[in-house]
Design a binder for this molecule. Structure first.
Ligand SMILES: [Mg+2]
Length: 364
């Protein structure tokens, strides 16, 4: 299983949030930037991974090409965890969060996919004990910034079968509109993407309680100030979720010991399958359920679905509630009626759709 090549594919894929003809403001987020990684062995086996790249695509691609790839070529791929920890050791001076770890995550997912395919088993079977054959999914709405649109799309997601809806709104009128649209019996959450200070969030807590949030995600800046999250959590009844901005099992161990109820590893950021599974173990030992971050549709999405097969507790799959202009993998299954079947085929189940690769490739 000697590694012969590491290839990097950059794509920018437009998507529709459904609001184009409804007077939604221009300049919204309407395209995914992705960096896919393919590892090929000398005997022709391939594995696929995805590195988080929203807003940092060229940098992440350069990190995979110039930092990660040279350390992998010629190495034995049979022990992904050991190889990834070696990457982490050799690259630690370039940061234990951000671009470096995103690049390592892409390679790590590819190495695990490769190993699972070599053994002819699914990633889930390789990394743990299967807890479930399907996982409930929630509709993760993009930020519309307008109450009428939030209400409309929350209602639409519920009508399509989602029993849980997440808003990315930070204005209380928009959040209340989301509750109206989703209805009283729907599990509703809000992701603020680190919008507030502790003091600002504290003032809003009673309103979040009134809207009955299942969790409040990443309310505070800076995201690594876990003591502030603990303080916020202790000041009210709203469960706090956080972790998409945390990398490695060590930061997750700290996060899991904090007042955060739902840790949220992102497989394309945290350090890949190696660190994600370590975070799952940390969460399980603390009796907490991970609610992974996965607003993507490529190998990172497929890896997340596999990892949810073995995740303890009652996790939900995040599905970005948009229509993608193209999906990089052939026959990529998406949730149906708010639930996602978990494939038992080899690896993560990614097969490139070269036509999509070609159409959305970033041309130098
Ligand atoms: Mg989030």
């Amino acid at each position: 299983m000697r590694i012969a090549a590491v290839d990097v594919f950059e794509m920018t894929v437009p998507f529709s949030d459904g609001a184009e003809k409804l007077g939604a403001p221009p300049g919204r987020w309407l395209a995914f930037e992705t960096v896919l990684v393919r590892v090929t062995t000398a005997d022709g086996l391939t594995g696929w991974g995805e590195a988080f790249a929203y807003g940092c695509q060229a940098s992440v691609a350069a990190a995979v090409r110039s930092m990660v790839s040279p350390l992998l070529i010629g190495r034995d791929a049979s022990d992904p965890a050991a190889l990834t920890l070696d990457l982490q050791r050799k690259l630690h001076i370039f940061g234990r969060y951000g671009i470096t770890l995103f690049a390592i995550s892409g390679a790590d997912i590819a190495l695990w996919d490769l190993r699972a395919k070599a053994e002819g088993v699914s990633l889930a079977s390789l990394v743990g004990e299967r807890q479930r054959d399907s996982v409930p999914s929630y509709a993760s709405l993009v930020r519309y910034g307008r109450p009428d649109l939030v209400e409309r799309f929350a209602a639409q997601a519920v009508a399509e079968g989602y029993r849980s809806v997440k808003l990315h709104e930070i204005d209380m009128d928009a959040i209340r509109a989301g509750r109206r649209g989703a209805g009283q019996n729907t599990h509703l959450t809000v992701d603020a993407n680190c919008a507030w200070s502790l003091e600002q969030a504290r003032v809003l807590l009673p309103q979040f309680e009134e809207v009955q949030l299942g969790w409040l995600e990443e309310p505070l800046f800076p995201p690594e100030h876990f003591d502030a999250l603990t303080e916020l959590a202790s000041g009210g009844q709203v469960a706090i979720a956080a972790g998409e901005n945390a990398c490695t099992r060590y930061e997750f161990a700290r996060l899991i010991r904090s007042g955060v109820t739902f840790p949220q590893p992102s497989v394309t950021k945290v350090g890949g399958v190696t660190e994600f599974t370590a975070a799952l173990r940390e969460a399980a030992s603390a009796g907490k359920t991970c609610m992974p971050h996965s607003p993507y549709f490529g190998p990172g999405y497929l890896a997340t679905v596999q990892l949810l097969a073995v995740a303890p507790g009652e996790p939900l799959l995040e599905t970005l509630y948009v229509t993608s202009g193209g999906i990089a993998g052939l026959r990529t299954a998406l949730p149906c009626g708010g639930a996602m079947e978990i494939s038992t085929g080899p690896g993560i189940g990614f097969e490139p759709d070269w036509e999509v690769f070609e159409r959305f490739a970033v041309k130098p």
